[in-house]
Write a protein that binds this ligand. Structure first.
Ligand SMILES: [Zn+2]
Length: 325
């Protein structure tokens, strides 16, 4: 009995602790459920906030994208405009190049047909030109006379002379005189091939630039011995003229020369000066040489021209001179 009781007692005890435990567990589960709900709510809330953030981000990204897209369209339009403009410019450029080519061709034709013997007759300007070159002393003397009288002239030295006396020709250019192309070695050009003629002209150019130390451009070519330009030399004249024109020069002859004109008279500075002064007119081109007599005649020529109201100048000045009224 006591056992039973004990048993019951313990059973009772057991059953009461069972109930207690059960209640505790239920309470714990409830707390846990609440915690879970809260957590769930928290998560849902967090998700909602996060989604709202995401939504805002997406919205702003989309508006950025729209802006980029419209900018891209603008750039595309600008590109098309530029492309059109570029094509227009390219077309214009092509026209200019063609026009240039035509002008160059006309220029060359004009030059190849131009052989100048004198300038405008309605001016008081006379070009003094001196050919070949000689010993440096004689050239320096000519430059001294020009300096003394304040005259500038056009000199046609051979290329090999310029090469040998760089300081003399530097002085000439420094003092305002012009140099014209008289070939490198002064040959009879009619005996030369086209290549040979071209080589003689470039040879002069190179010698002058080498001596001066900088690029030098001349518009003037004078044929040695007038070879190729005398009567009956039409074929040679044409081919030489083409080469001269190709190199951008005009051929310069003269209307007053001394060696042939004074062949039956004593070749003295008086006769030289007198011949020049009797024949010079406005626009005249006087051909002198670097020989003792011609250089000695320079002061009398310069003074005499001025007494007659004529002014000795460079070829450029004569050829560019406007008529005087
Ligand atoms: Zn000569």
């Amino acid at each position: 009995m006591s056992n039973d009781y004990q048993y019951n007692q313990s059973n009772y005890k057991n059953s009461s602790s069972y109930h207690n435990r059960h209640a505790r567990q239920a309470k714990k589960r409830k707390a846990m459920r609440i915690t879970l709900y809260v957590m769930l709510l928290g998560i849902i809330g967090a998700l909602a906030v996060f989604s709202a953030g995401q939504y805002m981000t997406v919205r702003s990204l989309k508006s950025d994208l729209d802006a980029l897209e419209s900018r891209f369209e603008e750039i595309e339009e600008e590109n098309q405009w530029l492309e059109k403009k570029y094509e227009e410019i390219y077309e214009k450029n092509r026209e200019i190049i063609e026009e240039n080519e035509k002008l160059r061709e006309e220029n060359k034709m004009m030059r190849s047909q131009t052989i100048i013997e004198h300038g405008n007759r309605d001016t008081n300007k006379v070009a003094l030109t001196i050919d070949d070159g000689a010993g440096a002393d004689l050239t320096q003397r000519a430059l001294d006379y020009f300096k003394e009288y304040g005259v500038q002239a056009t000199l046609f030295p051979k290329g090999d002379i310029v090469e040998r006396q760089p300081e003399v020709w530097q002085r000439a250019v420094d003092e305002g005189h012009e140099l014209g192309n008289h070939t490198y070695s002064h040959p009879f050009l009619s005996t030369y091939s086209d290549e040979g003629v071209a080589r003689e002209l470039s040879g002069w150019q190179e010698a002058v630039e080498e001596s001066l130390g900088y690029p030098y451009r001349t518009l003037f070519f004078r044929p040695p011995y007038r070879d190729g330009y005398s009567s009956g030399q039409g074929h040679h004249r044409e081919r030489i003229q083409d080469i001269v024109a190709e190199k951008g020069m005009f051929t310069i002859l003269w209307d007053i020369e001394l060696l042939y004109s004074l062949r039956n008279t004593a070749y003295t500075r008086e006769n030289i000066a007198n011949y020049v002064l009797e024949n010079a007119r406005g626009g005249s081109i006087v051909l002198l040489h670097f020989v003792e007599e011609d250089i000695a005649a320079l002061p009398a020529i310069i003074e005499g021209l001025r007494e007659r109201g004529l002014e000795p100048v460079t070829l450029s000045e004569v050829l560019l001179a406007e008529a005087q009224n």
